[in-house]
Design a protein around this ligand. Structure first.
Ligand code: NDP
Ligand code: GDR
Length: 357
């Protein structure tokens, strides 16, 4: 029986769902903070829901928000976590250009609120802290591949907010001796990925086009390069960081990068469709090589005011110190996401347009 107690912000998100499962398997008691919403927002964690009225329950949900200090202090006080994973965030880069102030409040000041809550409650020596930092910190390319020592140059309000989150975590570690670590995670995806991130948007649309529910997928920059791994592998790395004697900062990545257009090609390949690209710039289209139908178009509304052109991580420190390595390959990831979305789309009865936002 483990006496480890974890508190997760962002429990309803992709990583929150995978990390909760992992921690429950390891015998942790898991407390998750969810936001009040007018519609259900717990779909990803419904399969692991436990009735709090029953004896032996190890998974608890609490209402809260990273913009509410008193709520965070009260929840940390009442749950007495040995580990806090700060996964909550307004995590969409493009949306951060529309909601920069809110993004800073939740992603930057939200991190400070949690760290201050630990300090106010005198739990600096009891509670280990994980901060969900990101490869978006690297933004404009300074060095390839990017590692822990590569200079940061964020390119969005999201990246700038996460930069504060990164440094305030380092600062609290150095100032108050807290076990506080940053995971600088490169993009990680899964069938639970939010539908408006490019990978899931593509796999849902591929499934919908295959099943005759949609004609065309609209995308922005097809030439952006990303280092894509599987979320299941990455939450294991988060946990490993907090099991170390000393806190530190680590890059988690696959060390391989691919263009958005390669993701599109591979996803269509998994449903037996070959893409033929024609044209350039915003006039470029992707045609079904067999039928000649246009199945991919460019919509400039998905271009960002400032783009991160390429991200490639060097995970050697995580390998050497944490014994961490990604297991799921790029092609296995795409295959799993398409396979699962074929089931999801087949279950949906109404016709709807995929790929908005
Ligand atoms: P998701 O967008 O899937 O999940 C974000 C979670 O944060 C959701 O549970 C969301 O709640 C919650 N949230 C949003 N705003 C607030 C707020 N104000 N207060 C409390 N909770 C809030 O993100 P991921 O799971 O993909 O990512 C987890 C973390 O890792 C994020 O911080 C992200 O920025 C970071 N990250 C992600 C990477 C990736 O590739 N996935 C890479 C590097 C870093 P709700 O469900 O109600 O919206
Ligand atoms: P990213 O992920 O910005 O890297 O942030 P996203 O999937 O949104 O974009 C990846 C790349 O694809 C290009 N792109 C599009 N993106 C979206 N969302 N929609 C489109 O239609 C589209 N067309 C092309 C983008 O321009 C970009 O270059 C993710 C988030 O999970 C962050 O929270 C996390 O910190 C980083 O990954 C690492």
């Amino acid at each position: 029986m483990s006496d480890k107690v974890a508190l997760l912000t962002g429990v309803t998100g992709q990583d929150g769902a995978y990390l909760s499962r992992l921690l429950l398997e390891k015998g942790y008691t898991v407390h998750g903070i969810k936001r009040r919403s007018s519609s259900f927002n717990t779909e990803r964690i419904d399969p692991i829901y436990q009735d709090p009225h029953l004896p032996g329950t190890k998974f608890f949900l609490h209402y809260g928000d990273l913009t509410d200090s008193t709520n965070l202090i009260r929840l940390i006080q009442s749950t007495q976590p040995t580990e806090i994973y700060n996964l909550g965030a307004q995590s969409h880069v493009q949306v951060s250009f529309e909601t920069p102030e809110y993004t800073a409040n939740s992603d930057a000041i939200g991190t400070l609120r949690l760290l201050e809550a630990i300090r106010i409650l005198g739990m600096e020596k009891k509670t280990k802290f994980y901060q969900a930092s990101t490869s978006e910190l690297y933004g404009k390319v300074q060095e390839v591949p990017q590692k822990e020592t590569t200079p940061f140059y964020p390119r969005s309000p999201y990246g700038a907010a996460k930069l504060y989150g990164y440094w305030i975590t380092v600062n609290y570690r150095e100032s108050y001796g807290m076990h506080a670590s940053n995971g600088i995670l490169f993009n990680h995806e899964s069938p639970l990925r939010g539908e408006t991130f490019v990978t899931r948007k593509i796999t849902r649309a591929v499934a919908a086009i295959k099943l005759g529910r949609q004609d065309c997928l609209y995308l922005g920059n097809l030439d952006a390069l990303r280092d894509w791994g599987h979320a299941k592998d990455y939450v294991e790395g988060m946990w490993r960081m907090l099991q170390q004697d000393e806190p530190d900062d680590y890059v988690l990545a696959t060390g391989e990068m691919h263009k958005v257009r390669e993701f599109v090609e591979l996803a269509f390949h998994h449903v037996g469709t070959t893409i033929a690209w024609e044209g350039t710039g915003t006039d470029e289209v992707g045609k079904d090589a067999e039928t000649g139908n246009i199945i991919v178009r460019i919509d400039p509304k998905y271009f960002r005011p400032a783009e991160v052109d390429q991200l490639l991580g060097d995970p050697s420190k995580a390998k050497a110190k944490l014994g961490w390595e990604h297991k799921v390959s790029f092609s296995e990831l795409v295959e799993e996401m398409v396979r699962e979305d074929l089931k999801v789309v087949a279950r949906e009865h109404e016709t709807r347009v995929y790929g908005e936002d």
